[in-house]
Design a protein around this ligand. Structure first.
Ligand SMILES: [Ca+2]
Ligand SMILES: [Ca+2]
Ligand SMILES: [Ca+2]
Ligand SMILES: [Ca+2]
Length: 381
């Protein structure tokens, strides 16, 4: 809240008594008291517009412009209050504070005035900044720029239903319709709400105006590169695939597997190396006699790929290996037990294409990498 609430002596006493308790409790009493003094006026109106598309570093950028319309016949400058809501307790909905049993999950949103899209007028006094917007009777178009990285940090908060995936990132098919994947429950995403407040002594507010839910993703998608397929072991029926895991969320900037605090690798300051584990799904495609591999990724993607079975106990795990940012990466080996997929004794003989698709620990699926050379299995060799 931009202004402190004047408190009666009784309330001040209660708040003092809680000083040894949690600040949260004090804050909620403060809120409750403030609410009693608030007066909603129908003459002042705000209409929020839902931001379009995916927000965040993975989409529109680290800041978000919330467009809104401000309506007031008096045209006197007003303050606005913007709050973001996320499902803090994980019950599948974002509580707005109207139900006494569910504490509000809305928190004040950090404004970024310096962003040129923000239409606020900022006047600085010795003690504080006064941020105002001017309404009009017909409705004035404005924007509030939210620095969501300041409030949410590195987070991925999605709206809607997501494809349900296994540990390697493969979509889990619906048992009743194997052409379709299974989906998660509806995810609540992020919601913004805004209201205007007339300036001066009386606390006159507009009603809150809410956006629809939208997604914010401040994380990087993982990627991978297949480097070599050095070993085709027809005795054991195994193929080794050497690959490199990349993820911009990894703290291991130099890719040495250790936390180098002097190089500022401990971004979140928890004293541990957060190496953004990347899982991987490898697939194969058998080329027919005389068939050549298509050159475009689109055509490659359209081939009938089958999953490569991981040779348990060989190579690195396929459900998460340490990664390093793009350009550095961490090497790993996947061992394919091709006899399980293709059979032994010459049944597997032929040429194969392989691809790998990365999947990070926070449910971000990266793009497939298609290995440029075909892999030959020849049991007579
Ligand atoms: Ca909730
Ligand atoms: Ca990531
Ligand atoms: Ca390191
Ligand atoms: Ca860390």
């Amino acid at each position: 809240m931009s202004q402190t609430t004047p408190r009666s002596p009784r309330v001040r006493l209660v708040v003092a008594g809680l000083a040894i308790g949690t600040t949260l409790l004090a804050a909620s009493i403060d809120d409750a008291f403030a609410r009693r003094k608030e007066r909603v006026t129908k003459k002042l109106n705000v209409i929020a517009t839902t931001p379009l598309g995916l927000q965040g570093n993975a989409g529109a950028g680290p800041r978000l412009a919330l467009p809104f319309t401000l309506i007031d016949k008096t045209r006197r400058k007003v303050n606005v209050q913007v709050e973001y809501g996320i499902d803090l307790d994980g019950d599948g909905e974002i509580a707005d504070g109207t139900d006494d049993d569910k504490p509000s999950e809305f928190v004040s949103a950090t404004q970024e005035h310096r962003d040129s899209r923000d239409t606020a007028r900022v006047r600085r006094t010795e003690t504080r900044s006064i941020v105002t917007y001017r309404p009009s009777g017909a409705g004035a178009a404005h924007a509030f720029v939210w620095n969501h990285v300041a409030d949410l940090g590195s987070a991925r908060i999605m709206d809607g239903k997501l494809v349900l995936r296994d540990d390697q990132g493969r979509a889990i098919p619906d048992p009743f319709d194997t052409q379709a994947p299974l989906f998660t429950e509806e995810m609540p995403g992020v919601v913004l709400r805004i209201r205007a407040r007339r300036r001066g002594g009386r606390r006159q507010f507009s009603e809150w105006s809410y956006t629809n839910a939208f997604s914010v993703d401040n994380l990087s998608a993982p990627s991978l590169r297949i480097d070599r397929v050095p070993v085709v072991d027809t005795e054991a029926g195994l193929i080794e695939i050497e690959w490199t895991a990349f993820d911009g969320d990894s703290e291991d900037k130099n890719g040495n597997g250790r936390l180098d605090v002097v190089d500022l690798e401990d971004r979140d300051g928890d004293g541990e190396l957060d190496a953004a584990p990347v899982a991987v799904a490898f697939d194969y495609y058998r080329l027919s006699e005389g068939e050549t591999a298509p050159s475009s990724p689109l055509l490659l993607a359209g081939l009938a790929w089958s999953p490569c079975t991981h040779a348990l106990g060989h190579g690195d795990p396929d459900d998460g290996v340490a990664s390093a940012p793009e350009g550095v990466g961490r090497a790993a080996t996947f061992v394919w037990d091709y006899e399980i997929d293709l059979g032994a004794e010459g049944f597997a003989d032929g040429k194969y294409l392989v691809r790998g698709t990365p999947y990070d620990d926070l449910g971000n699926l990266g793009e497939s990498f298609y290995f440029g050379e075909s892999v030959t299995i020849d049991t007579d060799e």
